[in-house]
Structures are given as structure tokens and as C-alpha cells.
Design a protein around this ligand. Structure first.
Ligand SMILES: Nc1nc2c(ncn2[C@@H]2O[C@H](COP(=O)(O)OP(=O)(O)OP(=O)(O)O)[C@@H](O)[C@H]2O)c(=O)[nH]1
Length: 367
């Protein structure tokens, strides 16, 4: 039974990754520039150690950018950027930076963290950072802590940081929800654009892209494939005698029957009107003829009916293999010509003719 092609979001995913990586690169460039300038300011104020520490972080960020430009490893870029920024913030909180304003830079962390990681990882890292900041604030006598903060500042700092973190969480959660909603909508639109509304089979557009893919596979690796172009015989008579609804229902019944007969790897699509096309990957002409013949005979003996009334349904088919055609256009043209021959020879048959038990026949020249 054929399935619709799975929607490929790899392109969208890659596009998103590229965008994240661009944002991270720009943030790294800006942070490096800030660190150089603030480091220079500290140098000018005779805070040599602080200046050198800030420049070291600027160097670390530059190395991270250069490494990413060389390897393109986004996961590593994210991880090392977060690590550098976390250590920088820990340093700023512990030393107070310039005039005890270092902790203020921590406000830049929540949006960056949620953007770069997930909501869960971001929350865990933020809680950890808050705990570390709390320890530094509470125990100024710790060996690596040189700054002391006013109680008022500590209370305001924590409450605003927690408020900002929650706000960023909510914003990121709604951004992700909207994004997932859009992806879902794009998914169903894409599916609808590739599905025939009446039979729920892949439509002509979908089949054309599958044919193109199969043809590329044939050109690349020499995998042969065949097609069978099917047409319901004298379908107009069904519409005329039993009504358009009956015709529609017959098309649906035929689609279900045909899907149950073709292999999992074969694809049957509604090619248009009462015409269907089966794509048979890795299938020779003889195998394709045998499948088409089986389908023809199953259809001829299947009790199609509409509102209790039995309807006589048969199909004709033109089969062709890529080995005999060379190009997709020629393949379709030959299958169509064979279908025409099948109709001309009396319908309810396959062309080129296949040898049956009770009717041994030679293959025609156009096979
Ligand atoms: N009910 C219904 N009829 C359709 C649909 N699509 C095409 N048709 C009808 O299919 C009929 C095709 O008629 P023709 O092209 O004359 O072919 P045919 O009667 O099948 O005769 P042969 O192909 O020569 O065997 C037309 O009457 C179309 O209106 C559909 O979706 N539903």
C-alpha cells in the first residue's frame, strides 16, 4: 500500500540552525567588542587584573568563533559559548566587576540561555546560576569572592532576575508553541497539496516528484523501475447510468482495492479523472506486466456496487519500463501509447500483451 511521502522538515531545521548560529556569532562579536572596550576602560582606571581577565574572555570568545567557522559544529559553538558566558558571569558576580555593577550583566543570561538551549535545560542552568549567585552573595568570605553587596541590592537583584527569568520562559514557551503550530499547519497544507481529495491517494503533483526522484535514483545507481498507467473502462457510462456519485464511489472503491494489491514499496496515484499511475521501483517490465495483469483480473472480478446496485468495472493499462524509455517524458509517452493500444484492442486488457495460461501471445514490437 502506498503512503504519502513523509514531509521533509530537514530543510526547515537546517534553516533554523543556520539562523541560531548567525545570532550566536553576532552576539559573540558584540560581547567580544564590549569586553575589549570595558577591559580598556579598566586598564585606564588602573584595574590591570580585571582588564586582563576581561580580555581573556574576549580571546576565548574569538577562539570559539574561529573554531566554529572552521568546523561548523553548532552544538559545540553553543556549549562553549554558554560555558564561557557562565564563567564570565560567575567572575563578575564574585568580584563585582567595575564599581560592584558586575552582577547586572547576569540579566543578559536568561534570554540567551532559553534561545540557545531548551526550556528545561535553560531552567535548570538558570536555577543553578541563581543558587551560585546566592552563595556568593551570602558568603563574601569565600576565597574567590572579593565583592560585597548591600542587602537592598541583593534583594532587588534576585527579585528582578527571577522576574526576568520567568518572563523569558513564558515568551520562549509561547514562541515555541507558535512555531510548532506553524510547522503543523505547513505539514497538513503540504499533505493536502499532495493528496487527491476524493481517493486520498497521492495526486499527480506528488507522483511527478516521486517519478523525478526515482529517475534520479536510476541515473545515479542504475535502479530500474517501471510504471503502469491505468484507466477505468467506459467510465462515462457509469456516470451516465448510475450518476456522478456512483462514479465517485467507484473511484474510491478502486483506489482501496488497488492499494491492497500493490506492494508496500509501490506507489499508486490518481493521475487525473479516471486515470491512475502506479510507480513500481526495482521492477522489470515482466514483473510490472504481471502486477498490472493481476490488478486487471482482480478489478474485473471485484463486486463494485453503489447503493445496492452492482456496477461492472474493468480497467485497461499501459505498462512501460525506464530501461526501454531512457527519459521520464518518453516513459510516460510510451505508457500512454500502450494504454491507447489496450483500449483500441477492446479494453479490459494490458499492453504490451502478456502471455496468459489460456491465451499465449507474442509481445508486440513496442514492448
Ligand atoms: N464521477 C466522476 N467522474 C469523473 C471524475 N473524473 C473524471 N470523470 C469522468 O470520467 C469520464 C471519462 O470519460 P471518457 O474520457 O470518455 O472515457 P471512458 O468513458 O472511461 O472511456 P474509455 O476511457 O475510452 O474507456 C468522463 O465522463 C468524466 O466526467 C470524477 O472525479 N468523478
Amino acid at each position: 500500500m502506498s503512503e504519502l511521502l513523509p514531509i521533509d522538515h530537514r530543510y526547515a531545521g537546517e534553516h533554523e540552525e543556520a539562523q541560531v548560529s548567525r545570532v550566536l556569532t553576532w552576539l559573540s562579536v558584540m560581547a567580544t567588542a564590549f569586553l575589549i572596550v570595558i577591559g580598556a576602560k579598566s586598564w585606564a582606571s588602573d584595574h590591570m587584573v580585571h582588564a586582563w581577565v576581561l580580555w581573556s574572555f574576549a580571546i576565548a570568545l574569538s577562539i570559539n568563533m574561529a573554531y566554529f567557522a572552521r568546523t561548523g559544529n553548532l552544538a559545540f559553538q553553543k556549549f562553549s559559548l554558554l560555558l564561557i558566558v557562565s564563567i564570565l558571569f560567575a567572575y563578575l558576580v564574585a568580584t563585582g566587576g567595575e564599581s560592584n555593577t558586575g552582577p547586572l550583566w547576569l540579566y543578559a543570561f536568561p534570554p540567551l540561555l532559553f534561545y540557545v538551549t531548551s526550556l528545561r535545560v535553560g531552567t535548570v542552568v538558570l536555577v543553578l546560576c541563581t543558587v551560585i549567585a546566592f552563595i556568593v552573595f551570602s558568603f563574601p568570605e569565600l576565597p574567590f569572592v572579593t565583592a560585597e553587596y548591600h542587602t537592598d541590592f541583593k534583594i532587588r537583584f534576585f527579585s528582578t532576575l527571577i522576574f526576568e527569568s520567568m518572563f523569558c520562559y513564558i515568551l520562549e514557551a509561547s514562541r515555541l508553541k507558535a512555531r510548532n503550530e506553524l510547522v503543523k499547519q505547513a505539514d497538513s497544507l503540504e499533505k493536502a497539496a499532495r493528496t487527491d481529495e476524493l481517493t486520498r491517494l497521492p495526486n499527480r503533483r506528488d507522483m511527478q516528484s516521486r517519478l523525478q526522484m526515482e529517475f534520479s535514483r536510476y541515473q545515479r545507481a542504475g535502479h530500474h523501475f517501471s510504471i503502469a498507467l491505468l484507466d477505468l473502462d467506459l467510465f462515462k457510462n457509469i456516470n451516465d447510468s448510475a450518476g456522478h456519485d456512483a462514479g465517485d464511489d467507484v473511484l474510491k472503491q478502486f483506489a482501496t482495492l488497488a492499494q491492497s494489491i500493490v506492494r508496500q514499496t509501490d506507489v499508486i496515484a490518481r493521475w487525473g479523472g479516471e486515470e491512475f499511475l502506479i510507480l513500481l521501483p526495482d521492477t522489470s517490465l515482466l514483473q510490472a506486466l504481471s502486477l498490472a495483469e493481476r490488478l486487471r483480473s482482480e478489478v474485473a472480478s471485484y463486486p463494485f456496487e453503489f447503493r445496492g446496485k452492482e456496477l461492472p468495472v474493468t480497467i485497461s493499462a499501459g505498462v512501460c519500463t525506464i530501461a526501454k524509455a531512457g527519459t521520464l517524458e518518453e516513459l510516460l509517452r510510451q505508457a500512454d501509447a500502450n494504454l491507447y493500444n489496450a483500449k483500441e484492442s477492446g479494453r479490459n486488457r494490458i499492453a504490451p500483451r502478456v502471455r496468459t495460461r489460456d491465451e499465449p501471445v507474442a509481445e508486440p514490437a513496442d514492448a
